[in-house]
Design a protein around this ligand. Structure first.
Ligand SMILES: Cc1cc2nc3c(=O)[nH]c(=O)nc-3n(C[C@H](O)[C@H](O)[C@H](O)COP(=O)(O)OP(=O)(O)OC[C@H]3O[C@@H](n4cnc5c(N)ncnc54)[C@H](O)[C@@H]3O)c2cc1C
Length: 395
């Protein structure tokens, strides 16, 4: 074990010596030091993969650091690990954001600090401020990566670039007159008069709740409420209890108006007014730029290397059952854009289930031994054999 640790350290040192990726070669590169990249890195390190590196164009947990300051996790953190149920937001079975932050609903900064703490404690080979700008498949096997810190080669590549940094800024004509949720650093920046928020799912509701807290009056334009019907097959298809509870409180302020059936077609400017129109002819006016809580680019960060994937009609990259690109062998995807039929892995407690699936293939490809207990690492999160979930709920 000591020798293994020394080898890992030497390897990390060589990569990190100048803080540059230039002219290096690795067995595996993980692009993205978010929840997916750090969690996967920890698992691979524990499994004996040593010649790997994690690259991020920002800092560790960069997306979480960019969340609006007032935004917090909707999934609660609780240290239940000793009883076989790791914290819902943990990316390693032995850690708990609830313990590191002493908070149940962490904000983005606290979660990024949790990821950075794990990376530092386990001496993960992470290079920050290193943006991957091009991926070239090499003849035979492997990839050449062009980065902001030079180029390097790798046998295998894991693309874990998330979606938060890839907002859909033009969901309808005139949307450039609006401000996307992902462009807001703090709701304190917002003028506290009338505000329009477009989108009735988690980010739209979070925007509305925070604007109400700042003293604004908010019109929330919602196509169809997704909070009245339980969705037993997948809790993330309906509004979380955390958001529901906060929304009820915001309603009691008397300053939140819900407008249902609002299928926004365009936004335009009339003198000082922003004019929001919906398909049924209704119009809403506001002096302030409407807030877009309308989501992210379908495929998120995978759009950066679009040519390396086949794309499904729903805009998701097509992956094998081991989350490898159907088009580019050796390229794996991790994170919220992974989807297999109806199963979407959009939350941390979901996509961490894919770590052992990808790890198994990585070990096989690198000719490393597969330990008997590999599948047990996140076994508690494996869906039951007969299918993801029952469509019955006693709730
Ligand atoms: C407001 C909000 C609230 C949420 N609440 C919850 C919640 O309560 N619970 C939950 O489980 N999930 C929640 N989610 C979803 C969760 O945040 C994401 O699923 C998660 O962040 C995805 O992790 P990731 O590692 O795939 O992506 P990210 O955390 O986005 O990490 C991707 C990383 O890749 C880097 N990167 C991108 N492109 C490149 C490149 N070309 N070169 C180098 N680096 C690159 C980025 O800098 C970034 O650090 C929430 C999301 C939002 C937006």
């Amino acid at each position: 074990m000591l020798w293994y640790n020394i080898l890992v350290l030497i390897h990390a040192y060589l990569f990190l010596l100048s803080g540059r990726f230039m002219e290096s070669s690795a067995d595996l590169v993980i692009v993205g030091a978010g929840a997916a990249g750090i969690g996967m890195g920890l698992m691979l390190q524990a499994l004996g993969v040593d010649r790997f590196v994690i690259l991020d164009r920002g800092d560790i947990g960069e997306s979480f650091r960019r969340w609006p300051a007032e935004t917090s996790f909707i999934t609660p953190s609780f240290y239940s690990n000793p009883f076989g149920l790791p914290d819902l937001n943990a990316v390693s079975p032995s850690s708990s954001p609830a313990i590191t932050s002493r908070t149940e609903h962490l904000n983005g900064q606290a979660y990024a600090d949790y990821l950075a703490l794990l990376a530092s404690k386990h001496e993960l080979p992470v290079i920050t401020q290193c943006s991957v700008e091009g991926v070239q498949r090499l003849p035979g096997d492997g990839f050449e990566l062009t980065t902001s810190q030079g180029s390097g080669t790798t046998k295998l590549l894991i693309w874990a670039t998330g979606e938060f940094q890839f907002p859909d800024l033009l969901p309808f004509p005139g949307a450039q007159l609006c401000r996307h949720y992902a462009q807001v650093r703090s709701w304190k920046e917002s003028a506290c008069s009338d505000q329009i928020v477009i989108g009735g799912y988690e980010s739209g509701i979070d925007a509305a709740i925070n604007l109400i807290r700042m003293g604004c009056r908010v019109k929330l334009l919602v196509r169809k409420p997704n909070w009245d019907q339980p969705t037993p097959e997948d809790p993330s298809l309906s509004l979380s209890p955390f958001s529901r509870e906060r929304m009820d409180k915001a309603m009691r302020s008397g300053r939140l108006e819900l407008h249902f059936g609002a299928d926004v077609t365009d936004v335009s400017k009339m003198m000082e007014w922003h004019r929001v129109r919906s398909s049924d002819g209704r119009v809403w006016l506001s002096e302030n730029a409407p807030i877009l809580g309308t989501g992210f680019l379908s495929g998120g960060g995978a759009r950066q290397i679009e040519e390396c994937f086949d794309w499904a009609e729903n805009g998701k990259p097509i992956l094998t059952e081991h989350d490898e690109s159907s088009k580019t062998p050796g390229l794996f995807m991790l994170g919220p854009q992974v989807q297999h039929e109806q199963r979407i892995y959009c939350f941390i407690y979901k996509f961490r289930q894919r770590f052992p699936v990808v790890a198994l293939k990585v070990l096989n490809r690198l000719g490393l031994p597969v330990p008997d207990n590999l599948d047990k690492t996140w076994a508690l999160f494996d869906p039951p054999a007969e299918g993801c979930c029952s469509d019955e709920c006693d709730c």
